[in-house]
Design a protein around this ligand. Sequence first.
Ligand SMILES: *[C@@H]1O[C@H](CO)[C@@H](O)[C@H](O)[C@H]1NC(C)=O
Length: 376
Amino acid sequence: LKRNSRWLMMLYLLLPKSALGLEEPLRLAPLPAASELETLSKQYWQYLACKVWQEGCGKEEKSSPGPGWSLPLVGQDYLEILSTWYCSFGKCCETGDCRIINNITGLELDLHEQLHGQHLAKEVVIRAVRGFLQSPQPQKALVLSFHGWSGTGKNFVARMVAAHLYRDGLRSECVRVFIALFHFPHHNYVDSYKVQLEKQIRETMQHCQQSLFIFDEAEKLHFGLLDVIKPFMARSDKGQKDNRRSIFLFLSNIGGSAINEVTLGFLRAGRAREEIPMELLEQQLRLEMLQLAGRSRVLHHLLEENLVDFFVPFLPLEYHHVKLCARDAFLARGLPYTEAALDEVASMMVFVPKEEKLFSAQGCKSVSQRINYFLP
Ligand SMILES: *[C@@H]1O[C@H](CO)[C@@H](O)[C@H](O)[C@H]1NC(C)=O
Protein backbone atom coordinates (compact mmCIF):
# COMPACT_ATOMS: atom_id res chain seq x y z
CA LEU A 1 0.00 0.00 0.00
CA LYS A 2 2.81 2.33 0.85
CA ARG A 3 4.28 1.55 -2.52
CA ASN A 4 1.02 2.47 -4.14
CA SER A 5 0.63 5.80 -2.49
CA ARG A 6 4.15 6.65 -3.46
CA TRP A 7 3.22 5.81 -6.99
CA LEU A 8 0.19 7.97 -6.80
CA MET A 9 2.30 10.91 -5.88
CA MET A 10 4.81 10.12 -8.52
CA LEU A 11 2.14 9.93 -11.16
CA TYR A 12 1.00 13.39 -10.29
CA LEU A 13 4.51 14.57 -10.81
CA LEU A 14 4.96 12.56 -13.89
CA LEU A 15 1.86 12.97 -15.98
CA PRO A 16 1.83 16.62 -16.87
CA LYS A 17 5.45 16.70 -17.79
CA SER A 18 7.11 15.50 -20.85
CA ALA A 19 9.19 12.77 -19.36
CA LEU A 20 10.57 11.94 -22.76
CA GLY A 21 12.16 15.32 -23.14
CA LEU A 22 10.23 16.01 -26.34
CA GLU A 23 10.19 19.55 -27.59
CA GLU A 24 6.46 19.71 -27.70
CA PRO A 25 4.53 19.15 -24.52
CA LEU A 26 2.61 15.93 -24.55
CA ARG A 27 -1.01 16.55 -25.19
CA LEU A 28 -2.68 15.20 -22.11
CA ALA A 29 -6.19 15.73 -20.93
CA PRO A 30 -6.62 17.65 -17.66
CA LEU A 31 -5.63 15.85 -14.51
CA PRO A 32 -8.24 13.42 -13.28
CA ALA A 33 -9.93 13.40 -9.92
CA ALA A 34 -7.97 11.73 -7.15
CA SER A 35 -10.11 8.60 -7.11
CA GLU A 36 -9.66 8.04 -10.80
CA LEU A 37 -6.02 8.56 -10.38
CA GLU A 38 -5.85 5.91 -7.73
CA THR A 39 -7.44 3.34 -10.02
CA LEU A 40 -5.12 4.36 -12.75
CA SER A 41 -2.05 4.24 -10.65
CA LYS A 42 -2.94 0.69 -9.67
CA GLN A 43 -3.24 -0.19 -13.25
CA TYR A 44 0.06 1.33 -14.10
CA TRP A 45 1.65 -0.36 -11.18
CA GLN A 46 0.53 -3.65 -12.63
CA TYR A 47 1.76 -2.81 -16.08
CA LEU A 48 5.06 -1.96 -14.63
CA ALA A 49 5.31 -4.91 -12.30
CA CYS A 50 4.49 -7.08 -15.28
CA LYS A 51 6.96 -5.42 -17.52
CA VAL A 52 9.82 -5.10 -15.11
CA TRP A 53 9.52 -8.18 -12.96
CA GLN A 54 7.24 -10.31 -15.11
CA GLU A 55 4.83 -10.63 -12.22
CA GLY A 56 1.17 -9.85 -11.82
CA CYS A 57 0.64 -9.94 -15.56
CA GLY A 58 -2.92 -10.22 -16.73
CA LYS A 59 -4.49 -9.62 -13.33
CA GLU A 60 -7.38 -7.22 -12.86
CA GLU A 61 -7.48 -6.32 -16.48
CA LYS A 62 -11.08 -5.32 -16.18
CA SER A 63 -10.69 -2.54 -13.65
CA SER A 64 -10.80 0.22 -16.17
CA PRO A 65 -10.34 3.81 -15.15
CA GLY A 66 -12.81 6.47 -16.11
CA PRO A 67 -13.41 6.94 -19.81
CA GLY A 68 -12.27 9.90 -21.79
CA TRP A 69 -8.88 10.83 -20.64
CA SER A 70 -7.58 7.42 -19.76
CA LEU A 71 -7.58 5.81 -23.17
CA PRO A 72 -4.73 7.58 -24.83
CA LEU A 73 -2.61 6.95 -21.78
CA VAL A 74 -2.73 3.20 -21.97
CA GLY A 75 -0.38 3.05 -24.91
CA GLN A 76 3.05 1.67 -25.21
CA ASP A 77 4.43 5.20 -25.04
CA TYR A 78 3.25 5.69 -21.53
CA LEU A 79 4.53 2.36 -20.48
CA GLU A 80 7.82 3.50 -21.86
CA ILE A 81 7.64 6.77 -19.99
CA LEU A 82 6.92 4.99 -16.76
CA SER A 83 9.61 2.43 -17.11
CA THR A 84 12.09 5.03 -18.29
CA TRP A 85 11.28 7.02 -15.28
CA TYR A 86 11.35 4.05 -12.98
CA CYS A 87 14.60 2.85 -14.45
CA SER A 88 16.08 6.24 -13.92
CA PHE A 89 16.50 5.13 -10.35
CA GLY A 90 18.71 2.38 -11.63
CA LYS A 91 16.74 -0.56 -10.38
CA CYS A 92 15.95 -2.66 -13.35
CA CYS A 93 19.04 -3.14 -15.44
CA GLU A 94 22.21 -5.06 -15.13
CA THR A 95 24.22 -1.95 -15.76
CA GLY A 96 22.33 -0.27 -12.91
CA ASP A 97 20.85 2.18 -15.33
CA CYS A 98 19.01 1.01 -18.37
CA ARG A 99 19.06 4.33 -20.11
CA ILE A 100 22.75 3.79 -20.60
CA ILE A 101 23.48 1.12 -23.19
CA ASN A 102 27.13 1.73 -24.11
CA ASN A 103 26.85 -0.28 -27.29
CA ILE A 104 30.43 0.15 -28.47
CA THR A 105 30.25 -2.74 -30.90
CA GLY A 106 27.23 -1.11 -32.48
CA LEU A 107 28.98 2.24 -32.61
CA GLU A 108 31.93 0.65 -34.34
CA LEU A 109 29.69 -1.15 -36.79
CA ASP A 110 27.60 1.89 -37.67
CA LEU A 111 30.60 4.20 -38.00
CA HIS A 112 32.18 1.64 -40.25
CA GLU A 113 29.13 1.51 -42.48
CA GLN A 114 27.92 5.08 -42.44
CA LEU A 115 30.84 7.39 -41.86
CA HIS A 116 32.64 7.83 -45.15
CA GLY A 117 36.22 8.85 -45.78
CA GLN A 118 37.13 9.31 -42.12
CA HIS A 119 39.45 6.51 -41.16
CA LEU A 120 41.14 8.59 -38.45
CA ALA A 121 38.01 9.99 -36.83
CA LYS A 122 36.49 6.54 -36.73
CA GLU A 123 39.51 4.98 -35.12
CA VAL A 124 40.19 7.72 -32.59
CA VAL A 125 36.60 7.99 -31.42
CA ILE A 126 36.19 4.26 -30.92
CA ARG A 127 39.51 3.91 -29.16
CA ALA A 128 38.90 6.91 -26.90
CA VAL A 129 35.35 6.04 -25.92
CA ARG A 130 36.01 2.36 -25.44
CA GLY A 131 39.11 3.00 -23.35
CA PHE A 132 37.33 5.53 -21.21
CA LEU A 133 34.29 3.37 -20.54
CA GLN A 134 36.43 0.36 -19.73
CA SER A 135 38.75 2.09 -17.34
CA PRO A 136 37.65 1.27 -13.81
CA GLN A 137 38.18 4.70 -12.32
CA PRO A 138 38.93 7.47 -14.79
CA GLN A 139 40.85 10.39 -13.33
CA LYS A 140 39.03 12.95 -15.39
CA ALA A 141 36.27 13.44 -17.88
CA LEU A 142 36.94 12.34 -21.45
CA VAL A 143 37.40 15.38 -23.68
CA LEU A 144 37.42 15.07 -27.45
CA SER A 145 37.89 17.92 -29.86
CA PHE A 146 36.41 17.36 -33.35
CA HIS A 147 37.89 19.39 -36.17
CA GLY A 148 37.02 19.76 -39.80
CA TRP A 149 35.05 21.51 -42.48
CA SER A 150 31.31 21.59 -42.30
CA GLY A 151 29.54 18.53 -43.67
CA THR A 152 32.43 16.18 -42.96
CA GLY A 153 30.60 14.29 -40.23
CA LYS A 154 31.35 15.95 -36.89
CA ASN A 155 27.71 16.24 -35.93
CA PHE A 156 26.97 12.87 -37.38
CA VAL A 157 29.57 11.19 -35.17
CA ALA A 158 28.46 13.11 -32.08
CA ARG A 159 24.89 11.94 -32.73
CA MET A 160 26.07 8.37 -33.22
CA VAL A 161 27.98 8.41 -29.97
CA ALA A 162 24.87 9.63 -28.18
CA ALA A 163 22.72 7.02 -29.90
CA HIS A 164 25.00 4.15 -28.97
CA LEU A 165 25.73 5.17 -25.40
CA TYR A 166 22.14 6.05 -24.50
CA ARG A 167 18.94 4.30 -25.36
CA ASP A 168 17.26 7.63 -26.06
CA GLY A 169 20.22 9.11 -27.92
CA LEU A 170 20.23 12.88 -28.09
CA ARG A 171 16.87 12.96 -26.33
CA SER A 172 18.33 11.31 -23.26
CA GLU A 173 18.30 13.44 -20.16
CA CYS A 174 21.95 12.49 -19.73
CA VAL A 175 22.94 14.09 -23.02
CA ARG A 176 23.14 17.86 -23.37
CA VAL A 177 23.82 19.63 -26.64
CA PHE A 178 24.88 23.27 -26.63
CA ILE A 179 25.19 25.17 -29.88
CA ALA A 180 27.24 28.27 -29.26
CA LEU A 181 25.28 30.77 -31.33
CA PHE A 182 21.94 29.23 -30.54
CA HIS A 183 22.19 28.78 -26.78
CA PHE A 184 24.57 31.62 -25.99
CA PRO A 185 24.03 34.19 -28.74
CA HIS A 186 24.48 37.51 -26.91
CA HIS A 187 27.74 38.47 -25.32
CA ASN A 188 25.93 40.84 -22.99
CA TYR A 189 24.22 37.96 -21.28
CA VAL A 190 27.28 35.87 -20.60
CA ASP A 191 26.80 36.10 -16.86
CA SER A 192 23.36 34.61 -17.00
CA TYR A 193 24.49 31.97 -19.52
CA LYS A 194 27.20 31.00 -17.08
CA VAL A 195 24.70 30.44 -14.31
CA GLN A 196 22.42 28.39 -16.54
CA LEU A 197 25.20 26.32 -18.02
CA GLU A 198 26.71 25.57 -14.63
CA LYS A 199 23.32 24.48 -13.34
CA GLN A 200 22.61 22.26 -16.33
CA ILE A 201 25.96 20.53 -16.24
CA ARG A 202 25.85 20.04 -12.49
CA GLU A 203 22.31 18.69 -12.50
CA THR A 204 22.97 16.35 -15.38
CA MET A 205 26.03 14.97 -13.67
CA GLN A 206 24.15 14.47 -10.44
CA HIS A 207 21.28 12.76 -12.13
CA CYS A 208 23.29 10.54 -14.44
CA GLN A 209 25.94 7.98 -13.79
CA GLN A 210 27.33 8.82 -17.19
CA SER A 211 26.75 12.09 -18.98
CA LEU A 212 27.58 13.41 -22.41
CA PHE A 213 28.00 17.10 -23.24
CA ILE A 214 28.26 18.25 -26.82
CA PHE A 215 29.41 21.78 -27.64
CA ASP A 216 28.75 22.57 -31.27
CA GLU A 217 30.36 25.59 -32.96
CA ALA A 218 32.83 25.48 -30.09
CA GLU A 219 35.04 28.07 -31.77
CA LYS A 220 32.26 30.59 -31.14
CA LEU A 221 31.84 29.90 -27.42
CA HIS A 222 32.39 32.93 -25.26
CA PHE A 223 35.55 32.61 -23.24
CA GLY A 224 33.68 33.27 -20.01
CA LEU A 225 31.75 30.03 -20.40
CA LEU A 226 34.95 28.06 -20.16
CA ASP A 227 35.26 29.05 -16.49
CA VAL A 228 32.09 27.12 -15.92
CA ILE A 229 32.94 24.07 -18.03
CA LYS A 230 36.54 23.65 -16.92
CA PRO A 231 36.04 22.44 -13.36
CA PHE A 232 33.78 19.67 -14.65
CA MET A 233 36.47 18.40 -16.99
CA ALA A 234 39.38 18.75 -14.65
CA ARG A 235 41.53 15.98 -13.31
CA SER A 236 40.86 14.73 -9.83
CA ASP A 237 43.11 12.32 -7.98
CA LYS A 238 40.15 10.63 -6.43
CA GLY A 239 38.78 9.78 -9.84
CA GLN A 240 35.59 11.30 -11.12
CA LYS A 241 33.15 11.95 -8.32
CA ASP A 242 31.30 8.81 -7.13
CA ASN A 243 32.66 6.96 -10.10
CA ARG A 244 30.51 9.05 -12.35
CA ARG A 245 31.76 9.48 -15.87
CA SER A 246 31.34 12.32 -18.26
CA ILE A 247 32.30 12.88 -21.84
CA PHE A 248 32.75 16.29 -23.45
CA LEU A 249 32.76 16.74 -27.22
CA PHE A 250 33.81 20.05 -28.74
CA LEU A 251 32.94 20.45 -32.41
CA SER A 252 34.54 23.19 -34.47
CA ASN A 253 35.70 23.97 -37.97
CA ILE A 254 38.98 25.33 -36.60
CA GLY A 255 41.86 23.47 -38.14
CA GLY A 256 39.77 22.61 -41.16
CA SER A 257 42.17 24.32 -43.53
CA ALA A 258 45.20 22.59 -42.04
CA ILE A 259 43.48 19.24 -42.40
CA ASN A 260 42.48 20.03 -45.96
CA GLU A 261 45.97 21.04 -46.94
CA VAL A 262 47.50 17.89 -45.58
CA THR A 263 44.89 15.81 -47.39
CA LEU A 264 45.38 17.72 -50.62
CA GLY A 265 49.12 17.17 -50.37
CA PHE A 266 48.64 13.45 -50.07
CA LEU A 267 46.20 13.20 -52.95
CA ARG A 268 48.39 15.36 -55.18
CA ALA A 269 51.30 13.06 -54.42
CA GLY A 270 49.14 10.19 -55.65
CA ARG A 271 48.73 8.72 -52.19
CA ALA A 272 45.54 7.53 -50.52
CA ARG A 273 43.89 9.46 -47.72
CA GLU A 274 44.13 6.34 -45.60
CA GLU A 275 47.89 6.79 -45.57
CA ILE A 276 47.63 10.09 -43.72
CA PRO A 277 49.06 9.48 -40.25
CA MET A 278 47.38 10.83 -37.16
CA GLU A 279 50.63 12.31 -35.86
CA LEU A 280 50.99 14.61 -38.85
CA LEU A 281 47.46 15.92 -38.56
CA GLU A 282 47.64 16.35 -34.83
CA GLN A 283 50.80 18.36 -35.19
CA GLN A 284 49.16 20.63 -37.78
CA LEU A 285 46.03 20.98 -35.69
CA ARG A 286 47.97 21.98 -32.61
CA LEU A 287 49.89 24.55 -34.61
CA GLU A 288 46.74 26.06 -36.02
CA MET A 289 45.03 26.11 -32.64
CA LEU A 290 47.97 27.78 -30.95
CA GLN A 291 47.84 30.53 -33.52
CA LEU A 292 44.21 31.29 -33.04
CA ALA A 293 44.34 32.86 -29.61
CA GLY A 294 42.55 35.83 -31.10
CA ARG A 295 39.87 33.89 -32.94
CA SER A 296 38.86 31.31 -30.41
CA ARG A 297 40.19 31.74 -26.94
CA VAL A 298 38.21 28.77 -25.74
CA LEU A 299 39.91 26.28 -28.05
CA HIS A 300 43.25 27.91 -27.55
CA HIS A 301 42.86 27.57 -23.83
CA LEU A 302 41.68 23.96 -23.97
CA LEU A 303 44.85 23.14 -25.81
CA GLU A 304 47.17 25.18 -23.61
CA GLU A 305 45.80 23.65 -20.45
CA ASN A 306 46.06 20.15 -21.87
CA LEU A 307 42.38 19.58 -21.33
CA VAL A 308 41.83 17.80 -24.63
CA ASP A 309 42.47 14.06 -24.51
CA PHE A 310 42.06 13.38 -28.22
CA PHE A 311 41.95 15.45 -31.36
CA VAL A 312 39.60 14.02 -33.93
CA PRO A 313 40.33 15.20 -37.47
CA PHE A 314 37.63 15.08 -40.15
CA LEU A 315 39.07 15.03 -43.65
CA PRO A 316 37.48 16.79 -46.61
CA LEU A 317 35.21 14.53 -48.66
CA GLU A 318 35.64 13.57 -52.27
CA TYR A 319 33.12 12.88 -55.00
CA HIS A 320 32.79 9.17 -54.27
CA HIS A 321 32.18 9.87 -50.56
CA VAL A 322 29.32 12.19 -51.44
CA LYS A 323 27.85 9.41 -53.55
CA LEU A 324 28.00 7.09 -50.56
CA CYS A 325 26.18 9.70 -48.46
CA ALA A 326 23.53 9.93 -51.18
CA ARG A 327 23.18 6.16 -51.19
CA ASP A 328 22.71 6.15 -47.40
CA ALA A 329 20.06 8.84 -47.73
CA PHE A 330 18.10 6.75 -50.25
CA LEU A 331 18.47 3.65 -48.08
CA ALA A 332 17.41 5.52 -44.95
CA ARG A 333 14.14 6.40 -46.65
CA GLY A 334 13.71 2.95 -48.05
CA LEU A 335 13.87 4.26 -51.62
CA PRO A 336 15.41 2.53 -54.60
CA TYR A 337 18.32 4.34 -56.25
CA THR A 338 20.37 4.10 -59.38
CA GLU A 339 24.03 4.83 -59.93
CA ALA A 340 22.96 7.70 -62.18
CA ALA A 341 20.87 9.27 -59.42
CA LEU A 342 23.82 9.07 -57.01
CA ASP A 343 26.02 10.73 -59.60
CA GLU A 344 23.49 13.42 -60.14
CA VAL A 345 23.24 14.21 -56.42
CA ALA A 346 27.01 14.29 -56.08
CA SER A 347 27.46 16.57 -59.06
CA MET A 348 25.10 19.14 -57.53
CA MET A 349 27.75 19.88 -54.94
CA VAL A 350 30.47 22.47 -55.37
CA PHE A 351 33.98 21.03 -55.52
CA VAL A 352 37.22 22.78 -54.64
CA PRO A 353 40.02 23.75 -55.17
CA LYS A 354 39.32 25.38 -58.49
CA GLU A 355 42.00 23.46 -60.39
CA GLU A 356 41.37 19.91 -59.28
CA LYS A 357 37.86 20.07 -57.86
CA LEU A 358 38.68 17.32 -55.39
CA PHE A 359 36.72 18.14 -52.26
CA SER A 360 33.07 18.84 -51.74
CA ALA A 361 32.92 22.32 -50.22
CA GLN A 362 29.88 21.36 -48.16
CA GLY A 363 30.95 17.78 -47.54
CA CYS A 364 27.82 15.68 -47.31
CA LYS A 365 25.78 18.51 -45.87
CA SER A 366 22.19 18.66 -47.18
CA VAL A 367 22.75 15.62 -49.37
CA SER A 368 19.76 13.95 -47.79
CA GLN A 369 17.55 16.93 -48.71
CA ARG A 370 18.86 16.90 -52.25
CA ILE A 371 17.54 13.45 -52.94
CA ASN A 372 14.08 14.99 -52.80
CA TYR A 373 14.56 15.92 -56.45
CA PHE A 374 14.59 12.27 -57.34
CA LEU A 375 11.50 11.22 -55.54
CA PRO A 376 8.80 9.79 -57.75
C1 LIG B 1 24.05 -2.17 -30.89
O1 LIG B 1 24.08 -1.43 -32.08
C2 LIG B 1 23.84 -2.20 -33.24
C3 LIG B 1 24.06 -1.32 -34.45
O2 LIG B 1 23.32 -0.14 -34.40
C4 LIG B 1 22.42 -2.76 -33.18
O3 LIG B 1 22.17 -3.55 -34.32
C5 LIG B 1 22.28 -3.61 -31.92
O4 LIG B 1 20.96 -4.04 -31.80
C6 LIG B 1 22.66 -2.77 -30.69
N1 LIG B 1 22.65 -3.61 -29.53
C7 LIG B 1 22.05 -3.25 -28.41
C8 LIG B 1 22.14 -4.22 -27.28
O5 LIG B 1 21.43 -2.21 -28.31
